[in-house]
Design a protein around this ligand. Sequence first.
Ligand SMILES: [Zn+2]
Length: 112
Amino acid sequence: MRCLRLNARDNSDCSRVIQESLNFVNFGMGTATLRFRCPCCGFRTLDAPNILALCPVCWWEDDGQEDFDAHEVRNTVNGDWSLEEARLHYSKCGASHPRFVRYVRKPEVSEQ
Ligand SMILES: [Zn+2]
């Protein structure tokens, strides 16, 4: 019997195609574990720390601010609110600022 959906020649070939798909999925999850935690929401969404990357989960832009200076308002890419305020916003509305609520998304399992 031919497995049309997976474009395999027969059942044993079908198993091979499924196994290759699973390997691909595992590879993808492996790369996700190398990500860095966002200083605002805490999920592993960043490819590297402190490179002004925008977190898709909370919309905080990682400018290097961390726990030790979380209270400072840097007036840079994140506007006129501190990391501390952004964390508070995230706990209340799910975004680093209420105006970003429509842009953010839920964290993926691999980002936790
Ligand atoms: Zn975040």
